[in-house]
Design a protein around this ligand. Sequence first.
Ligand SMILES: CC(C)(COP(=O)(O)OP(=O)(O)OC[C@H]1O[C@@H](n2cnc3c(N)ncnc32)[C@H](O)[C@@H]1OP(=O)(O)O)[C@@H](O)C(=O)NCCC(=O)NCCS
Length: 149
Amino acid sequence: MRPVIRAAVADDLPALVALDEVCFGPTAWSEVAWLDEFERLSEDRVVLVADDGVVVGYVVLLLPPVALDVVEVLRIAVAPDRRRTGVGGQLMTVALQRCAGRTVLLEVAAGNESAIGLYAGFGFAEISRRRGYYPGGEDAVIMRWREEA
Ligand SMILES: CC(C)(COP(=O)(O)OP(=O)(O)OC[C@H]1O[C@@H](n2cnc3c(N)ncnc32)[C@H](O)[C@@H]1OP(=O)(O)O)[C@@H](O)C(=O)NCCC(=O)NCCS
C-alpha cells in the first residue's frame, strides 16, 4: 500500500504520542500536550503520513484566528527509519499549500541541520535568532516563509 497523507483523527493520538517520543526523547510532548493540540483537530492542523496504517511522520500547525495572516509550524518529525525518503518534504508541501497567502514562521535549533536543510529547500529564510535559547546554550533560529508573489 502506498503511504497516504491525511489529517489526523482522534484514533491517531497514541501513535503520535509514541512517534513524538521516538523523535524528540526528553523534549517530546506529553499526552496532555497532544490532547490540547487535538482539541482543534477540526481545523486539520495535525497532518500525518501513514504507511500501511502505521504513522511515519507528522506536522503540527498553529493556524491564526480570522484576520491574522501568520501560521506557525509547531512541530514536524519523521520516524528515524523513514528519514531522507521524502516524507518530511511531503508533509511540508501539504502544510504550505494550506498556508497560501500567509506568512509561515518556525523556530529550530541552530544545529538541527536536517530540519534547516528541509526548511531552506522550501524557501524558508532566517529572520532572527534567540541566543542561547535552548538548554545547553544552543541558539534558536527563527525562519520565515512567504509565498512568492
Ligand atoms: C527534519 C525531518 C522532519 C526531515 O524529514 P525527512 O523525511 O528526512 O525529509 P525529506 O526526506 O523529505 O528531505 C527533504 C530535504 O530536506 C533536507 N534534509 C533532510 N535531511 C537532511 C539532513 N540530514 N541533512 C541535510 N539536509 C537534509 C534535504 O534538502 C532533503 O532533500 P534531499 O533528500 O533531496 O537532499 C527529520 O529529519 C526529523 O524528523 N528530524 C527529527 C525531528 C526534528 O528535528 N524536527 C524539526 C524540529 S521541530
